[in-house]
Ligand binder design. Structure first.
Ligand code: UD1
Length: 370
């Protein structure tokens, strides 16, 4: 089929920078494209600012689902997105990444007989305790177009028995956004607002339930950030989940660690680009630091993005916070990893997706009646 009406779904913060370049590429090709925001993230700093920073128009539809348990949130998105699809009748729905909005909308569309494309298909952490792993595996199964960012994703899908015609190695859409905005983000010199100098500070982010929902682990992490702070200033933009857990646990954060509100896309990109080192448990930041050649220390037991370790600037530290300060000392001694930029992280992934959407692709429905 050739898709003429395409719904692009965004829901949570990591979706915006993946979907924006695809939406804009489709629009440039004259596709009738509709931006649907589920409202999974709704704070100005978790959502609205990204539309401005990424040059995306306001959503055509805002479902306003908000927070809730996984079942509540997923179910609410499904009910409202079904109505949205029945009204606007897209012939392709594009979802991105691994958040609850991704699986909810993929499931709705596939049951309505609408083709589904999954941006960032095929990634696997092999950690079934992560809600994101469940989301990404189930979304892949509901998708006609498996749009992969790296060859390991193609290998995962092939090993799981996905038909080769569904798998399309397009590259990394998030890096399309990064390359478009990198120069401007750095020229804004966001570090000045915090009295910092380029290459002389660390950036930290933490929000994974496995790190922040367990008070003892969170306390150890905060303590280890303090040890990093003894080496160089640490800027820590705090996700709402993490802010709530720090407050609940009554944790005192050492003064060398500067806690700030979540940052917009441009401000955070500028900070990351000129950081000496980044410590994180995010998925996307492992990739962005690899594209920027900035050493990244990942505080997780596993990663669904192994190309950032095999080729990029990422080191998987594990979950013991005591490992962080010595690893930062290594980086500051000049032994940080800089790595290489992986294949097809070249700013053109969205154009490859637009080629597929407008050039024609096979769907599961077509294949099943054939
Ligand atoms: C979600 C994604 C995660 C992604 C992260 C990025 C799932 C399962 N998880 O996790 O993969 O890395 O987004 O941020 O989809 N909250 C606010 N304001 C908001 C949004 C959330 O205050 O705009 C608070 C609420 O208290 C909410 C909590 O943060 O309960 C968690 O939000 P939720 O959307 O459930 O998941 P995230 O932890 O953000």
């Amino acid at each position: 089929m050739i898709a003429k009406r395409v719904s692009c779904v965004v829901g949570a913060r990591p979706n915006f920078m993946k979907v924006a370049p695809v939406y804009l590429a489709l629009q440039r090709r004259g596709v009738d494209v509709r931006l649907v925001h589920t409202g999974q993230h709704y704070d100005a700093k978790m959502s609205t600012i990204f539309f401005d920073d990424l040059g995306m128009p306001r959503p055509d539809a805002f479902l306003g689902v908000g927070s809730g348990s996984h079942a509540e949130q997923t179910a609410k998105i499904m009910v409202l997105f079904e109505q949205e699809c029945l009204t606007w009748r897209p012939d392709l729905v594009l979802v991105a990444g691994d958040v609850n909005s991704t699986i909810a909308c993929a499931l709705v569309a596939s049951k309505l007989g609408i083709a589904v494309g999954h941006i960032e298909a095929g990634l696997r952490s092999r950690d079934w305790a992560m809600p994101e792993e469940i989301n990404r595996i189930l979304t892949d199964h509901a998708s006609d177009l498996l749009l992969t960012p790296s060859p390991d994703a193609d290998e995962n899908l092939a090993a799981e028995g996905f038909e080769p015609w569904r798998i399309h190695f397009v590259g990394n859409c998030m890096i399309d956004s990064l390359r478009t905005h990198q120069q401007r983000a750095v020229s804004l010199q966001p570090w000045r607002e915090f009295g910092l100098e380029p290459k002389q500070y660390a950036v930290a982010t933490l929000h994974r339930p496995s790190n922040v929902d367990e008070p003892a682990q969170l306390a150890r992490l905060v303590q280890s950030l303090g040890q990093v702070g003894a080496q160089l200033p640490v800027l820590f933009p705090v996700h709402p989940r993490t802010a709530a857990r720090i407050a609940e646990a009554g944790l005192q954060v050492p003064s060398s660690v500067r806690l700030v509100e979540p940052m917009g896309y441009l401000q955070f990109l500028g900070m990351m680009a000129e950081a000496a080192v980044v410590a994180t448990d995010s998925g996307g930041i492992q990739e962005e630091t690899t594209a920027l050649g900035v050493p990244c220390l990942t505080l997780r037991a596993n990663t669904e993005r192994p190309v950032t370790i095999a080729q990029g600037s990422n080191v998987l530290l594990g979950t013991d916070p005591a490992l962080l300060a010595p690893a930062v000392a290594e980086v500051l001694a000049g032994r940080g990893k800089r790595g290489l930029v992986p294949d097809r992280w070249d700013g053109k992934a969205s154009e490859r997706i637009a080629d597929l959407v407008t050039g024609g692709f096979r769907t599961l429905l077509e294949a099943s009646v054939a």
